[in-house]
Design a protein around this ligand. Structure first.
Ligand code: ATP
Length: 462
């Protein structure tokens, strides 16, 4: 491949070369560097593993047989720390079986020793092509995010745009964040988006639901345990240690038992944990994001939540709007979930009827975005004609009596006798309510142009 090709899109592809034979490692790196790759060398498996923790490599070329940390361990490490990296194994004739195992475990290619440099370059070029495609996709989704959201967070309404703007500023810092919001408003998604846009993104994002766990189990989960700490206790790493260098997401933090709250506060202050049953302390570097759908201020007032911990957790406080506060986002979310669920079920959905959209817009979504997603999921499953319509909606969406058949006429009776212009104004106002104030959507529902709608809004002073 020509030198320029490897560096075609953006900065050069980052390659990590791991080989305990120094001269061999250098030959590989020289050969790839001359093709425009940015190579980093490691001459032990351990050194390679350490480098993978700190840097983001796109391709890893590793020797299979190395003392202590071998190629298969490197592959497992790459899966954890660099899940998008392409791993290429270099192996001697005697170890072909392990190389086959490596392929099964997700290596993208293996090369036999003695290494043919031409073949090496062509295999690396193929991996680089896959990485360029990944970069292009990431760039595309970044642009889409810029337009419609942030890391999969869909929403164009003013409260969502404000939230996304704040997230962009908060994410790259190390600040502790408390996310408050009703169930299904996207608290976990927001926590993940913060992690993905922080310097910690290559380390673990570890979630723990603090509700419904007894004090002892929760503490074992958080801090780990040593044998003998309690019945069945094993030598086990807790979530804090596992999240070291990364982010720990404490979901339903408002339900944490008070004794555990005290221990958590101590850990946040000292930045070290003690496994349950042990006296040894372990330093941890973890960013804490917590979430709750309870009103924590009330919990503090009633003594169920410690005030000092509350203030520690809410250095940055984010309140997620309920779906009722951002009905304007429903059409975007509907399209988003239709695509996702159709792809998941391998079904083709061409469109959704206006009547079905209208019903979804008017619904009271107590379960917020999750409930909307589940509803679209079930519509996609039962649909048979590639068009999502009222008949695909779950039974709880059946129209109320007043909207169906003859009884609708009863409702209309109350309007008889009013001037047509007043009725028109009433209908426009109702439609705008249904669309959450979205005029484009309202105009399309009413079957009139947007300019006409603007004129009528002015005319009726809506
Ligand atoms: N703004 C959004 N854009 C796209 N998908 C979203 C958005 N908000 C939530 N979702 C989706 O809705 C579902 C519920 O979100 P999530 O689990 O983050 O909510 P939650 O507030 O943590 O809920 P709970 O309090 O019940 O744990 C997920 O599938 C998530 O991907």
């Amino acid at each position: 491949m020509a030198k320029s090709k490897a560096a075609q899109v953006g900065p050069p592809i980052n390659v990590l070369v791991i080989d305990d034979d120094h001269a061999h490692a250098e030959t590989i790196a020289d050969s790839l560097s001359s093709q425009g790759y940015a190579c980093t060398l490691a001459t032990t498996g351990q050194e390679g593993a350490d480098l993978m923790e700190r840097h983001s490599f796109e391709i890893v070329v590793t020797d299979l047989k190395m003392p202590k940390v071998g190629g298969l361990e490197i592959l497992a490490k790459a899966k954890d720390d660099l899940p998008d990296a392409e791993v290429i194994m270099v192996t001697g004739h005697g170890t072909v079986e392990s190389a086959v195992e490596a392929m099964r475990e997700g290596a993208s290619h293996f090369l036999l020793k003695p290494l043919d440099l031409g073949q090496l370059r062509s295999v690396v070029d193929n991996a680089a092509r896959a990485q360029h495609l990944r970069r292009a996709n990431a760039e595309l989704s970044r642009r889409l995010d810029e337009k419609f959201g942030f890391e999969g967070l869909i929403g164009n309404s003013p409260p969502m745009q404000d939230l996304i703007e704040r997230l962009r500023r908060i994410a790259p810092t190390d600040a502790t964040v408390l996310i408050e919001g009703e169930t299904g408003t996207g608290k976990e998604l927001v926590a993940q988006a913060i992690h993905q846009n922080s310097p910690r993104k290559n380390r673990h994002f570890v979630g723990l639901n603090c509700a419904a766990l007894s004090e002892h189990i929760l503490e074992g989960e958080l801090f780990g345990s040593v044998p003998g700490a309690f019945t069945d206790a094993r030598d086990r790493m807790g979530k804090f240690e596992y999240a070291d260098g990364g982010t720990l997401f404490l979901d339903e933090v408002g339900d944490m038992p008070v004794p555990t709250q005290i221990k958590l506060l101590r850990v946040l202050e000292s930045r070290e944990i003690t496994r349950v049953g042990s006296n040894e302390t372990v330093k941890v570097d973890v960013r804490i994001i917590s979430a709750t759908n309870r009103n924590l201020e009330e919990a503090v007032a009633s003594g169920e939540f410690r005030e000092d911990l509350y203030h520690r957790l809410k250095v940055i406080s984010l309140k997620l709007p309920s779906l009722a506060e951002r009905t304007q986002d429903i059409p975007l979310l509907v399209d988003h979930f239709t695509k996702i669920h159709a792809a998941r079920h391998g079904k083709k959905i061409k469109s959704m009827t206006t009547a079905a959209r209208r019903r979804l817009m008017a619904h009271s979504w107590t379960g917020n975005v999750r409930q909307l997603s589940n509803t679209i999921d079930s519509m996609v499953v039962v649909d048979y004609d590639e068009v999502l319509d009222l008949d695909d909606l779950p039974p709880e969406f059946s129209p109320p009596e007043s909207e169906s058949g003859g009884s609708a006429a009863d409702g209309l009776h109350t309007l008889v006798g009013k001037p047509l212009s007043e009725i028109e104004g009433l209908f426009i106002a109702e439609t705008l309510k249904v669309t959450g104030g979205n005029r484009e959507e309202a105009a399309s529902m009413l079957g009139i142009g947007e300019r006409t709608l603007y004129r009528k809004i002015k005319e009726y002073d809506l």
